[in-house]
Structure formats: structure tokens, C-alpha cells
Design a binder for this molecule. Sequence first.
Ligand SMILES: Cc1ncc(COP(=O)(O)O)c(C=O)c1O
Length: 434
Amino acid sequence: MSSKPSPDFTCSATWHARASQCIPLASQTFSKSSYTYPFGASPQFAAHANGSTLVDIDGNTYLDFVSGLLCISLGYADPDVNQAVKSQLDDGSIYSLPHQLETEVAERLIQYIPCAEMVRFGKNGSDATSAAIRLARAFTGRDHILVCGYHGWHDWYIGTTVRDLGVPQATQALSHTFPYNDINAVSQLFDTYQGKVAAIIMEPMNLEWPIDGYLQSIRTLCDQHQALLIFDETITGFRFHMGGAQSFFDVTPDLATFGKGMANGFPLSAIVGKKHLMSLMEDIFFSGTFGGDTIALAAAKATIDKLVSSKALAHIQQIGEYLIEQLNALIISNHLSSLFQVKGHPSWSFLSIQEGNNYPMMTIKTYILQELCSRGILSNGSHNLMYAHTKSDIENLLNAYQEILPLAYQHDQNQTLLDALHCAPLEPVFKVRG
Ligand SMILES: Cc1ncc(COP(=O)(O)O)c(C=O)c1O
């Protein structure tokens, strides 16, 4: 029961050593570092990518299910988005004045997203979520925030996680987490901080589906307590539906934030919301040199138009449903349900792993990522689907799981998992989903 040999990662290792001398963590993103990709059993650097295929700096080719951490919604180097970007480049990228593309993209968001009556742009999802929090505090005159999910790197949010180094205690004391699908927990927080809660900010869904009436009850509680409801749609936007999860679940928040897939990998985020709230943005200081960057805006305009014209989300939904159905069947027929489950939405599903009989969940996950990699599949444990993924890509993933999951189970039972690893087990950054 030996594991497959890993591909050659010599260049990855050399560049990792070099990068580590000048870049802490050798990466700009925790989720692209050796916290996510087991060092020695995964590539550490990309060379180039096209469609759903990524090539690492050693020349190994992968079917990519990470999709640039869900910012690739159409496909890598999409020809239509690239053409729009190239044309815009010839006219310059950023100017001393606003550009009409800002209005054109804002108009598209307003057309598709139910709560969007006005729009402001940023570069990262964290820009947009922090803007929403500041706006909610300014509008309500209250300081406390209730949070559920992941919302970026800024103090008001990251202070609620174990990665809170450098966040002032006074800031941490204003943000309170609540578990998903537990409406009583939210009620209790509103009681504890009576009259002090500015907003709830939450991912409308990640691993778990909302139980019946849950999101509606959250909406009602916010109204009863005169707090704003903010949906963080950084991932669900332009993925669950063109109108985001708020359209998909038919619950309209006061404000919502978008990023990731909106511009197919170019850096752009947005805060959108009702006019009477968003117009306060004329006084709130949310302002940046690059908010009106026309390269990302040209990419967003082309991406949004192509998501609609190609019916990309229907394709993603269809192959995503197939993946969930087949993976569930595979788990059941191999009697692996005690260790593995499939969770999430078809466009963003997860292989959920339980603690093993003999090994921690992260060690089992490390083995699975290693074995996927050695079969030409790049994964971080979720299935981040893009338009470029085909049904045959899904079949390839399923075939790999068919080999790997029973092996993982046996290694756990037989206490041979560490021997099967070509690397040290991964450590968690923190757990905020599921
Ligand atoms: C739901 C959600 N909100 C906010 C963010 C932060 O976005 P960014 O990393 O672009 O700042 C992320 C990033 O993963 C996210 O998944």
C-alpha cells in the first residue's frame, strides 16, 4: 500500500529557499504558502496557467481546483478578458480623473445584485468588508459587530481568530463571533450587547446549507435591533448566482461586499448597498489611489458580460452537482462516511474530513493533497469550480478520489499514514469555516 511518488519539485524547493530570504512565509497569502501546500509533496510556485490547467516552475502540469483561491471564475488567461485588458492598457491604466468604466461596472452590479443601488470599488475583499463595517458604525452610531465566516485581514475581523497578533485588545472587544445556523446564538448576542450592535456581517453560506428560514430570521433580528445586515459575498458573488447568494436565497441585506471572481483574477472589490446608506460614503473616508484602476475594471466588465453571455454559472452548477453526487456515491460505496463527507454549494464544495481513528484531520488532509498532486491535481481541499472546468476534469478528480480515499482510510486504520507521507503534516492557519 505505497503512495505514488511525488513529481520533481527541485525548482520549487530552490525558489522557496531564495524567496524565504526576502519574503516572510515566501508568499503574500497564507493560503498560497506551505501552510496550504505541503512542502516536499506539492509545488510552491506557479509558472503559468491557462483554462483550468496550471504549470508549476518545475514544468509539472496540474488540473487546478484551487482557481486562484476562487478569483478565477471563467478560466485562467480567458481570451475575452485578456483582450479587454490589452485594449485598455493601450489607453493607460489609471488617470488623474475618474474614468467612465467605474460607472459602467457599477451599473452592471446594480443591474444584477438586489441590494445594490450604489457602488464603491476597492482592490481586496478586505477593503470592501472594512468599508462596510465603517459605514455600518457611522450610520448606526454603534461600535459592536457580530461576525460569522471569514472576512479578511483587518483588525476588526482577524482579532476574532487565533491569528490576532498585533490587534489591540480594545478592537477585539468590539467583534463577536457566532456559529452558522444557530439563530439563538445571534439572539443572545443582541441581548448581551443591547442597543450596541452596528451590524451583522456574515458569509451567507460556506460549508453548510442554511437551515430553513435561517437567513430570513437573521434579517428579521437585524431589523428588530436596528442593526445593518451585511452579506460578505466575496466568494458567493458571481458564483452562486449573478445576483450573489442574496438572489440565490432570496434574502436581501442592507450592504454586501464582492471581490474574487468578479474580475476573473484581476484585483477588484466592491461594497454595494441601499442608496440611503451608501450616500454616507460621501463623508466616510473610504478612498484609495487605485480604486479606479481601469485594468481591473475592464476585466470586470468583460468578465461579468461573459458570465452572462456564456451561461457560465449554469455550467458550473451542473458539473458541480455531478461532482457532489458522484463523490457522495463513492464515499458511501467504499464505506468511508465515518471519515469523509461532501459539503458546500456545487460551485464551491468541500471534501470534509473528520478526525481519524489514529491521526488528526490535518494529517489525513496532507496525505490526500499529496496524492492528488502526484496524480496531476492541485487542490486545497475544496472544489473551486470555474467555467473552464469540463465534465472530464470532474471525472479525472473523481477517478483520483476513487484511488486515494480508500487508501487514506486504510492508512488511518493501520497506523501507516505518517510512513506514506513525503512531507511533514500541514498545520492549521485557523478554522473559521465549518
Ligand atoms: C468571504 C471572504 N471575505 C473576505 C475575504 C478577503 O478578501 P481579500 O483576501 O481579497 O482581502 C475573503 C478572502 O478569502 C473571503 O473569502
